[in-house]
Design a protein around this ligand. Structure first.
Ligand SMILES: Nc1ncnc2c1ncn2[C@@H]1O[C@H](COP(=O)(O)OP(=O)(O)O)[C@@H](O)[C@H]1O
Ligand SMILES: [Mg+2]
Length: 390
């Protein structure tokens, strides 16, 4: 708000200092020396100006836009990306093929990636497909000149940790870019600490910095309910929520916000923040994985890195997961990934224990029960099972 004033004050101070310097030099230096100084200063100032210009010169409009400061009134400087511009409107008697449009948008790769990366999650993949269809039809309508406001694309992903929310959000960002709804399609991950300051005046610049980084892509706010502290009217989280609400409304063609977190806490958050709830168009609920799904995820993870579980090791891993699922801080597929990484360590350690033994390709790929059963979890659970109930 006071930016231009500060700029003028700085400039006047600089000019004043230069004037004082020249006056001093004029009275204290000989004429030729003074002339030399004046020429020197002009050459220096000239080369600095040219140098700065060279640094800021850019070839693309995007790069120039990226360097522009945010526009006043909360607007940010990313181009509008909808396809209706620069496109000829089709005559009413024309026909289009949605399959062709889907191929043109090149979105098949996103679904292939989703299938490759994520085992199961059928309802989520279906929902992503539905959103893609909505946007595809919207694109085709635009080709006929049918005007409609851009659909609201802010989303909420609820589910326990490790159920695939971040992975799907990354693919969603890519999908929206391919369909022309986001210019860059990157994902900026943020939590309360990235957005909310601790002192007065800190929150707005912090939130705006994150928003500026996310423009043209997806802002993924993990555990979004921590932004709001019920009963604490002085909490700066509310300031952040207010800015987010404004940007989610005014810049919805440049930014998609995805709020993520546990289902029940998110429900409470929406109850206390109806403004936020009304701006969310799509809710995707990520169910916790069943034991069989976790096993399938584990096998897929191992397969991707050219390992596999022997049949006995698979039984041991099933036992491991059965115990782990009941424990605190269980994080679904993330816990599977972490344990498999530890069993790879044990596998390597087992093989390296006898360096003289020759190893086959299969030895290098096969995880044995010992690599699983050495987990401290088994010892701890045996101990707790042997303790008398109180
Ligand atoms: N259905 C799944 N199939 C395979 N891997 C998965 C699946 N769900 C999650 N993962 C893996 O688990 C890890 C954590 O997933 P992530 O998307 O970060 O979960 P969240 O954001 O819900 O905590 C990632 O390595 C991800 O690839
Ligand atoms: Mg996550």
């Amino acid at each position: 708000m006071y930016g231009f004033k500060v700029q003028y004050i700085k400039m006047s101070m600089l000019l004043f200092a230069a004037l004082a310097g020249f006056t001093l030099a004029y009275y204290n230096l000989s004429r030729p020396l003074f002339l030399l100084l004046v020429i020197g200063v002009f050459v220096l100032a000239g080369s600095i100006a040219i140098g700065r210009n060279a640094w800021t010169q850019t070839d693309t409009e995007d790069a120039r836009a990226a360097m522009m400061p945010p526009r006043r009134g909360g607007k940010f400087s990313v181009k509008v990306t909808r396809r209706q511009r620069n496109q000829e409107v089709l005559p009413p008697e024309a026909t289009v093929s949605l399959a062709e449009e889907r191929r043109t948008a090149d979105i098949e790769d996103v679904f292939t990636a989703l299938d490759r990366q994520l085992v199961g999650l059928v309802p989520i993949k279906k929902k992503v497909d539905e959103i893609a269809s909505l946007l595809l039809v919207d694109r085709v309508r635009q080709r006929f000149g049918l005007q409609a406001p851009r659909p609201n694309l802010h989303m909420c992903f609820t589910g326990d940790p490790g159920t695939g929310k971040t992975t799907v959000a990354l693919q969603m960002a890519d999908l929206l870019r391919r369909l022309g709804y986001l210019e860059k399609g990157h994902l900026v991950h943020a939590m309360r600490d990235d957005l909310v300051g601790e002192f007065i005046g800190h929150t707005a610049p912090k939130t705006k910095r994150v928003l500026e980084r996310a423009m043209g892509g997806v802002l993924f706010i993990d555990e979004a309910y921590y932004l709001y502290r019920a009963g604490d009217s002085k909490d700066y989280g509310q300031e952040c929520i207010d800015i987010l609400l404004q940007v989610m409304e005014n810049d919805r063609d440049k930014l998609v916000v995805i709020l993520a977190g546990y289902r029940d806490r998110m429900d409470e958050f929406f109850e206390s923040n109806p403004g936020m709830s009304s701006r969310i168009a799509h809710h995707l609920d990520f169910a916790p994985y069943t034991l069989n799904e976790l096993l399938a995820i584990g096998n897929a993870m191992l397969d991707r890195s050219s390992y596999y579980l022997s049949p006995e090791a698979e039984l041991a891993f099933r036992d491991y997961l059965t115990i782990r699922m009941e424990q605190p801080r269980f994080a679904n597929a993330r816990s599977v990934r972490n344990e498999l990484e530890r069993s790879r360590l044990r596998h390597a350690h087992r093989l390296a224990a006898d360096l003289e033994v020759s190893r086959s390709k299969d030895d290098l790929m096969r995880i044995e029960p010992a690599d699983i059963l050495a987990s401290p979890l088994f010892a701890a659970s045996a101990l707790s099972a042997s303790l008398p109930e109180i």
